[in-house]
Design a protein around this ligand. Structure first.
Ligand SMILES: [Zn+2]
Ligand SMILES: [Zn+2]
Length: 497
């Protein structure tokens, strides 16, 4: 290794056309490769003209480029008589790349990593230790049995009854998780319940390492064929380490994820699948998440396609021509439950929510044509010796709006919509709890405590709580929750003790 280290630098420079490397080259050669490089002036140097000339040699230049394995040659020429000397240049040695995994290690067999020379494309391999494997352990309980499949091809494999197994790749090999490799350790299983019992996604709790998704059949695969054939079949995907799976069957039937629309001055047309035609309209609800291709109701990964039809004189102020919309900017609520839905697309006025794994409520608020959107309750801050910055949402991830003093604040975007939902609480979206989240900035020498904040309206009816601190316990951040009326919040900062 030393040899290569000392020798490579000068050679590289020579290859780049650098000239004056006589000294470094000799030095490096002496140290690095005495047997292979002739000393200048040594007997092996070929002299081609008279010995009377006091040669004045120029720089050594490469006259035969060395390869990874073969020697090269360099030459210098006397500027007076044209005599030349030659000497060997060491082979370069291979320049190995970082290597790629050409055989994935499994629990049963070692893997192989293949390195390629960046110069000559020669290859060499190294073994990779066997995978230690990812353990998936199912809790044993009443009213069900678990059958584990080796691959996700449920229909062709014989299930193995058991409560502990390895996560496996597409080919059924027990592997480790590797973020860089295209491994997708998964476990495919079937749950068979006693008569009268059933298991849904909500009845399965996974603890331990991270994973991508828990799916329940029926679903349809990428190729259009059955992926998870029926509601007894499940898959946990992209498992990153050991996990435990607890199953608690319920006594009764599971229902498909339902998508509920709450509308204001409009109606909604729902399509059975991605085919947007009058024949494909579902006449009336309840609406369930469906497979986008064949329109069948599915337990997980379902979709819903819909179009909004405003009443005469009303519009849905949402930019329906956009290729995609940010739900946070719309007077539109798309309530996600924990494992429900992402992507929210639109094309030709038809909206599409994908990956619906759980019940979903959607509120659509149409407004009078040419009118202002009624975005909810107005919270007015009246402040003394302080001012207030209002956050857009309760996650505090946005930059607060510009400082305002004694001004009416209308919460924007998501917050507005959330407030509106409260106004519409008769429609039964109980999960929505509109609130205002704000930062109190006191003048120098002043401070605010709960006693210094007074809120109009009836506590418990028009608003619920005024709380200090956010998730990071910042005492200057406050929130007023469950707002159900326009409010005036008067904050009088007092001189600090
Ligand atoms: Zn000469
Ligand atoms: Zn090479």
């Amino acid at each position: 290794m030393n040899k290569r280290k000392f020798f490579l630098l000068p050679i590289c420079l020579l290859l780049l056309g650098a000239c004056n490397l006589n000294q470094p080259q000799s030095k490096a050669s002496e140290k690095a490769s005495e047997p292979e490089v002739s000393e200048p002036e040594a007997s092996s140097i070929e002299e081609q003209t008279s010995s009377e000339c006091e040669h004045q040699f120029g720089d050594w230049t490469i006259t035969m480029i060395p390869t990874c394995t073969e020697k090269g040659e360099e030459t210098r020429v006397c500027s007076k008589c044209g005599a030349s000397e030659k000497r060997d240049v060491n082979p370069l040695d291979h320049k190995w790349d970082e290597g790629v995994v050409t055989t994935i290690p499994t629990v049963e067999a070692k893997g192989v990593k293949t390195f390629t020379c960046e110069r000559c494309q020669a290859t060499k391999t190294e073994d990779i230790d066997k995978a230690t494997g990812i353990r998936v352990t199912f809790a044993q309980g009443d009213h069900y049995k678990v059958y584990i499949y080796k691959t996700k091809a449920y229909t062709t494999e014989t299930p193995v009854e058991g409560y502990s197994c390895y996560a496996r790749d597409e080919n059924g090999n027990a592997v480790d998780f590797d973020a860089n490799a295209a491994l997708q350790p998964q476990v495919s299983f079937k749950v068979v319940c006693d008569e009268g019992y059933s298991v849904g996604l909500n009845n399965i709790k996974i603890t331990g390492a991270a994973y991508k998704n828990l799916k329940q059949g029926p679903t349809v695969g990428d190729d259009g064929g059955p992926d998870l054939p029926d509601a007894n079949h499940f898959r946990i995907t992209k498992i990153q380490g050991d996990i435990n799976v607890a199953i608690t069957p319920i006594n009764g039937e599971q229902t498909f994820p339902e998508v509920k629309f709450v509308t204001n001055h409009c109606s909604v047309v729902v399509y059975k699948s991605a085919t947007i035609s009058d024949e494909n309209i579902i006449a009336e609800g309840p609406f369930y998440a469906r497979n986008k291709d064949n329109g069948e109701t599915v337990m997980s990964g379902g979709q819903i396609y819909f179009k909004v039809v405003p009443e005469t004189g009303y519009v849905w102020n949402n930019g329906v021509t956009a290729e995609s919309v940010d739900v946070n900017t719309l007077p539109f609520i798309y309530q996600k439950s924990e494992n429900s839905g992402n992507k929210f697309k639109t094309a030709d006025g038809v909206y599409n929510i994908t990956k619906v794994n759980d019940d979903l409520s959607i509120l659509i608020n149409c407004i009078p044509e040419g009118g202002e959107a009624d975005l909810g309750y107005v919270v007015t801050f009246v402040t003394e010796h302080c001012h207030v910055l209002v956050y857009q949402t309760q996650d505090y991830e946005f930059t607060p709006t510009a400082p305002v003093d004694n001004k009416t604040l209308t919460r924007t975007s998501k917050g507005d919509a959330a407030k509106y939902v409260a106004a519409d609480s008769a429609a039964g979206i109980a999960e929505v709890k509109p609130q205002v989240n704000f930062l109190i900035v006191c003048d120098d020498g002043y401070t605010v405590a709960a006693a210094n904040i007074s809120i109009s309206g009836t506590k418990g009816t028009e608003w619920n709580k005024c709380e200090q601190g956010d998730k990071d316990n910042n005492p200057n951040i406050w929130k007023i929750t469950k707002i159900k009326a326009d409010l005036t919040v008067t904050i009088t900062a007092v001189a600090a003790a």
